[in-house]
Design a protein around this ligand. Structure first.
Ligand code: GDP
Ligand code: CA
Length: 343
């Protein structure tokens, strides 16, 4: 699976539940990953390739927001109401950092969350790679799936903006997190650029996971800065082109609107309409050098299924709103079923 943060986490939890239902852990499999997290034990081998474009250095620590969103959601320690961060979070350290003028005053680092960032940074300083750090962070909770950063190279996304705009203060680019969190994506983006992309390589295990998969799922995540970043790491698009597995995506757009967040600002910036079929055409059909074999749209967008099948996709409409674990699991099951139809 390829995934970003919020849409990614909901979908991945659904996939884990759908797999546990279809392929329950064997009883002799007591030590299988996930066997002790209630209801999530599966014999299916699920790897999530996680967007690293939102990562950044802040206040001396390395943040990996999408990875942590997935980690916390799968471990069940996330703040489900707020939609990000840890449950039961406090912000005492953030208040001190503000007093010291360290970090970004508009970007709050929770105390529990800072514990994760400190551990990660400590291991990085000791010489571990980001994917080795990711592996260590996952030992704490039985997740039932494996999270793998797309790359060990720091490919932090930057947003190009017009320096003459008042908020730009003369700057012609912002780190993605400043544009997204401070300005709520309201400054028109002229483009997105991931750092070090030319030298970036897929993290160990990424290419093997894709080429060895039975099914590849593209989560309903931000098509530009989440999925777009993952597939722009040299070697990942090639692995997706080469795999014998069907590649099935789920639309993050329902009825011409993003369900949560501001991904429409990213689509507009790259000239793609905020529309389920337009995102599928942007990803492209695998037989013509694109990413996808199959695409799921919401019932509201059922009228686009015929036109998607005309361009060579296997398409279907199902409910795409992930309101809770059941709706997420039903959606994941529909994606797995669509993959079977592409064969
Ligand atoms: P981020 O890293 O937190 O921005 O999260 P993602 O990269 O996973 O993408 C967020 C996008 O996921 C949103 O803009 C939505 O378009 C999409 N999304 C969120 N919730 C849902 C949902 O319930 N259903 C569908 N189909 N898409 C969703
Ligand atoms: Ca993200």
């Amino acid at each position: 699976m390829l995934a970003g943060g919020v849409g990614g986490a909901r979908f991945v939890r659904g996939v884990r539940a759908a797999c546990a239902e279809r392929w329950p852990a064997r009883t002799d499999d007591a030590t299988a990953p996930g066997s002790s997290s209630a209801g999530a034990a599966t014999s299916a081998d699920v790897t999530v390739i996680v967007n690293t474009g939102d990562d950044l250095w802040l206040a001396g620590v390395r943040l990996m927001p999408d990875f942590d969103s997935l980690l916390y959601a799968l471990a069940g320690v996330n703040d489900a109401e707020r939609g990000w961060g840890r449950a039961g979070e406090t912000e005492r350290v953030a208040a001190e950092l503000r007093e010291w003028g360290v970090g970004w005053p508009w970007f709050t680092l929770g105390d529990l969350d800072l514990g994760t960032h400190l551990a990660r940074t400590a291991w990085l300083r000791e010489g571990a790679t980001p994917s080795q750090v990711a592996e260590r962070l996952q030992r704490r909770w039985p997740l039932g799936v494996r999270l793998l950063p797309a790359t060990d190279t720091e490919v932090d996304t930057h947003v190009r903006i017009d320096p003459s705009l008042p908020d730009a203060a003369g700057r012609d680019e912002l780190h993605f997190q400043e544009w997204w969190t401070r300005y709520r994506a309201a400054i028109p983006a002229l483009g997105f650029e991931q750092r070090n992309l030319a030298e970036a390589r897929p993290a160990p295990g990424v290419v093997a996971a894709i080429t060895g998969a039975d099914v590849v799922l593209v989560a309903p995540s931000n098509p530009v800065v989440s999925i777009g970043t993952i597939v722009s790491v040299p070697g990942i698009r090639e692995a997706l082109a080469a795999t014998g597995a069907p590649v099935v995506g789920v639309s993050p757009i329902i009825g011409g609107r993003v369900v949560r967040g501001m991904a429409d600002a990213c689509l507009t910036a790259i000239g793609v309409e905020t529309d389920a079929a337009a995102v599928a055409r942007h990803y492209g059909v695998r037989s013509a050098g694109g990413l996808l074999d199959g695409w799921l749209v919401d019932g509201t967008d059922a009228a686009s299924v015929a036109s998607l099948e005309e361009i060579g996709l296997v398409a279907a409409s199902v409910p795409l709103w992930m309101r809770d674990l059941d709706t997420s699991a039903a959606l994941a099951g529909a994606a797995i079923d669509l993959a079977a139809r592409t064969r």
